[in-house]
Design a protein around this ligand. Structure first.
Ligand code: AMP
Length: 441
């Protein structure tokens, strides 16, 4: 199947060609014909599957293709397509996709989200918009001030619907939907089909086509997942050791709390690993800059909370580290979905301490498999955890025991930190013999 088989218009095909895509991803191949035909859609697809283009491409086609299109009656100012997303980052990224794929059309698009001034959004809305991407809260602000008009919306997209529900947007979503014309096309994308997602779908979608590209609640197959057992108080040291020995770059590190993200980013930075934190308390400017620096390879680590990381789209993100496991097992699936994108392999490592047994068990149940467990030589947990397996042989073979450590180069301050263990951190019992100098992999 080629993009040309899908019946998309020439300008859209040209934009896709310019992106270097030659074949539609499975979600695109399955969803695009339904959307073009005007049907409602319920799609189970995770980030990284090409889901954004799966709705953006046919929407652009329908907005620009006048014959037999129900969307041909052009309103002067009010948007005809509304794409609701959970976070500002995702809003910005979806807008970028709309503009990239729509660059040979004359369609006008805008994203409205919180954390930035209302006024520029108000002015852009007044000038006229065809495709509006929005987070629910900010959209309601505009509706309240009558600066947005949804009475011409003919297609509604709920992107990452599961996450919007997790974030407590259900009432906002319902309020927005009350403002839409009753007759419209509805497209819903979700990484999981939890019960609440199904309930929302039943309330909104009419006779939807069902499209499913991933096994239910399964993480992306391309991600190599493993668990490193480590004591809670040595996690930071273990993480630094991993950065050091592997020369990691572009590593997305997840913490559970905003405070934890800030503290970890600061400590990594102090230890010579170029880092920034991103979470909901950061200004939009700080978040945008951190993400841009990370994408540009200026940061080795971006430390993020679950909500902030939602929708981050970086091509070929090599690695995700769960510094702490999430309490909600579905978040694990979302986290590791940041890597292994669009056909590239990724790695997801979780540093797991004894306190996190329950979270680990819940994750393994959700993904229906046992994660490989290992220990880092020199960081063997002292607190017993039932199923700790020894590190696989492959992990120890690269250098003989006691070989001098040669840290790989990494961006930032080379040699800022002394070799070996952190100052003031005595080796743990049993770890001294092979504390320095293992390469793991
Ligand atoms: P998404 O799942 O929408 O976040 O998309 C994941 C990534 O895949 C994005 O970086 C897209 O640019 C890329 N992508 C989308 N469609 C294709 C395609 N047909 N071929 C190659 N890459 C694609």
């Amino acid at each position: 199947m080629q993009f040309t088989d899908l019946g998309l218009s020439a300008g859209i095909l040209r934009a896709i060609g310019e992106q270097g895509y030659d074949t539609p991803t499975p979600i695109q191949a399955q969803a695009i014909p339904h959307v073009l035909a005007g049907r409602d859609l319920e799609a189970l697809a995770q980030t990284g599957t090409g889901k954004t283009a799966a709705f953006v491409l046919p929407i652009l086609h329908r907005l620009t293709h006048h014959e037999d299109s129900p969307l041909e009656r052009v309103s002067q100012v009010a948007p005809r397509v509304l794409i609701l997303v959970p976070t500002r980052e995702l809003a910005a990224q979806v807008l970028e996709s709309v503009r990239t794929y729509g660059k040979h059309t004359r369609l006008r698009s805008l994203a409205v989200f919180g954390g930035v001034g209302m006024q520029p959004q108000v002015q852009a809305l007044r000038r006229g918009i065809d495709i509006l991407v929005a987070t629910p809260g900010r959209l309601l602000d505009h509706l309240g001030q009558r600066t947005a008009n949804l009475s011409h919306v003919q297609t509604l997209v709920l992107d990452e619907a599961d996450r919007m529900l997790d974030m407590g947007f259900i009432r906002d979503i319902r309020k927005v939907i009350e403002r839409l014309p009753a007759k419209r096309q509805n497209l819903m994308f979700s990484a999981t089909f939890a019960d609440e997602v199904r309930e929302l779908a039943h309330g909104i979608l009419r006779d939807p086509a069902l499209v499913e590209v991933a096994r239910r609640n399964a993480p992306i197959e391309l991600v190599a997942q493993s668990v490193i057992r480590v004591d809670k108080e040595r996690k930071r040291e273990a993480l630094l050791h991993l950065f050091d020995t592997h020369g990691w770059h572009q590593t997305l590190v997840f913490t559970r709390t905003k405070h934890g993200a800030d503290a970890l980013a600061r400590k990594l930075e102090q230890a010579g690993v170029r880092s920034a934190a991103i979470h909901g308390d950061k200004t939009q400017g700080a978040r945008t800059k951190a993400l841009a620096d990370f994408k540009a390879g200026k940061l080795a680590a971006l430390v993020a909370t679950d909500i902030a990381a939602r929708g981050i789209d970086i091509d070929l993100l090599p690695r995700v580290v769960n510094y702490e496991l999430p309490n909600v097992p579905e978040d694990y699936v979302h986290r590791i979905g940041r890597t292994g994108r669009a056909g590239a392999e990724g790695e997801a490592l979780s540093l797991v301490c004894a306190d996190e047994r329950i979270q680990l068990r819940d994750i393994e149940r959700l993904i229906r498999r046992d994660l490989e467990k290992r220990v880092l030589p020199g960081f063997e947990p002292q607190q017993a955890a039932a199923s700790t397996a020894p590190a696989p042989a492959a992990d120890r073979r690269a250098q003989p025991k006691g070989a001098p450590r040669k840290p790989a180069p990494r961006p930032g301050k080379p040699g800022a930190r002394p070799e070996g263990r952190r100052p003031g951190q005595p080796p743990k019992a049993g770890g001294a013999a092979h504390h320095n100098g293992q390469r793991h992999r």
